[in-house]
Write a protein that binds this ligand. Structure first.
Ligand code: ZN
Length: 102
């Protein structure tokens, strides 16, 4: 039997009747190399693009540890899903954190 728990608060969502929400996220670099089609391959642009890409990589002196594309999937309980849709980037909680008197 599949076991589900909320990826945010850990609430057990396995029992039948517990609402479960799936969150899928895809983050990618907008400047990631484009996928080449057959049409592209038949033109001279490919060589030019390859050259430009190489130049861009050479110019980038600092190694970039970030993946160019990352897909994520989360299971959320109703409460956490509700929180997410109201504040997808967590800006509200970040602001609260900044103002907390520690
Ligand atoms: Zn939750």
């Amino acid at each position: 039997m599949m076991h589900y728990s909320c990826d945010l608060c850990g609430k057990d969502m396995t029992p039948v009747g517990v609402e479960r929400y799936v969150l899928k996220m895809e983050a990618f670099a907008a400047a990631a190399p484009v996928e080449l089609t057959d049409d592209d391959l038949e033109t001279d642009h490919v060589e030019e693009m390859a050259r430009l890409l190489c130049e861009m990589e050479d110019a980038d002196e600092e190694p970039d540890p970030l993946p160019t594309c990352k897909k994520m999937r989360f299971d959320l309980c109703r409460a956490c899903f509700s929180k997410f849709v109201n504040d997808p980037l967590g800006r509200e909680s970040v602001a609260k954190f900044d103002f907390s008197p520690n």
